[in-house]
Design a protein around this ligand. Structure first.
Ligand code: PEP
Ligand code: MN
Length: 333
């Protein structure tokens, strides 16, 4: 249930209403927008008297919401959420250009790529230290050492770092990571999501390989319901009948997620297609349909990359793409 308060609602009366609702055992999600305050009632609202609440002089309207996701729901929170990492903002008109290699391989590699993507216009650096690989015999990432190399690259360039966390037990290593990525394979690792809700750092949540939008939103709900509002959703392609590409990029997810939720939505055209030459057209399409950012794999030497070389752009290709993305964004303003 959502309760929209009148613009001029008196603060003492608002507090009284909130205390009364909490006394009924409900959780209250308060969203203070520019023009109105919206209360999201979380829990069993079946016994709440809508008419009584609607009759209060500070209440503008009361609606029952059937969607099971509350915190992520745009109905509760009409304004776009803006995720902040230092000076970088994502969402609400702010565009994230996240770029870097699939995996961190060495100091020379990550620092070279970080400098190149920064020069090209990226505002965040990606790089996997803990890698979820299909085969246990493939490169699994440099783990703690990889995180250390990302810190060095951040120091050299000033770019905040985005890197994947696979397990709750690794959380202490991620204290100074700027954005923690939950990969597609972990989208429904509910224990991890709950811990990230309390960890207090922005989370980049990728859609699972075969998950619906509602399931993605419910996973984001786990993080938000545990207290963390800084969540970014990411469409990264889903499993369909795709034969020539790694996945099918579901771009219609972007406007639909924007309709359903206030959270920023970014797109990963690299994992969606698995082919470097497919990345620019899909990245431009994502910008055209209103994505709040792009996460793109870039490698200084794709042929020798330890992971995902075939889908990695070279720095000069990335630089050309950034200019085109800017042109598309300007065209749709
Ligand atoms: C990644 O971004 O490094 C990654 C493994 O992506 P996904 O979880 O989308 O497969
Ligand atoms: Mn990858």
């Amino acid at each position: 249930m959502i309760v929209v308060l009148k613009k001029e609602a008196n603060q003492a009366k608002q507090d009284q209403l909130i205390d009364w609702l909490k006394g009924m055992g409900l959780g209250i999600h308060i969203s203070k927008g520019e023009y109105q305050t919206v209360l999201g009632l979380i829990g069993d609202t079946s016994k709440v008297d809508m008419d009584l609440i609607g009759s209060l002089d500070i209440v503008d309207s009361v609606k029952r919401v059937t969607d099971t996701f509350k915190c992520v729901n745009r109905q509760f929170h009409p304004d776009d959420t803006v995720v902040s990492v230092g000076d970088v903002k994502i969402g609400g008109g702010n565009f994230a250009m996240i770029a870097g290699p699939c995996s961190v391989e060495s100091e020379a590699q990550i620092v070279e790529v970080a400098k190149a993507v920064k020069a090209a216009g990226a505002n965040l650096l990606r790089g996997g230290a803990f890698k979820p690989r299909t085969s246990p015999y493939d490169f699994q990432g440099l783990k703690a050492e990889g995180l250390e190399l990302l810190r060095i690259a951040r120091k050299e360039t000033g770019l905040p770092i985005v890197t994947e966390i696979m397990s709750v037990s690794d959380l202490p290593l991620f204290e100074d990571v700027d954005i923690l990525q939950v990969g597609a394979r972990n989208m429904q690792n509910f224990d991890l999501l709950k811990e990230l809700g309390q960890f207090g750092k922005p989370v980049l949540l990728k859609r699972g390989l075969a998950n619906t939008l509602k399931e993605l939103l419910m996973s984001a709900e786990y993080i938000m319901a545990s207290g963390n509002e800084q969540v970014i959703l990411c469409e990264r392609g889903i499993r369909t009948y795709s034969d020539y590409m790694r996945n099918t990029l579901d771009l219609s997810a972007v406007p639909m997620l924007h309709e359903l939720s206030h959270l920023p939505v970014i797109v990963d055209p690299s994992h969606a297609t698995g082919i470097a030459r497919m990345v620019p057209p899909m990245a431009l399409s994502a910008a055209a349909c209103g994505a709040d950012g792009l996460i793109i794999e870039v490698h200084n030497d794709p042929i020798h990359a330890l992971c995902d070389g075939a889908q990695s752009l070279k720095p000069e290709e990335y630089a050309k793409l950034v200019k085109k993305v800017e042109a598309v964004r300007a065209a749709i303003q």
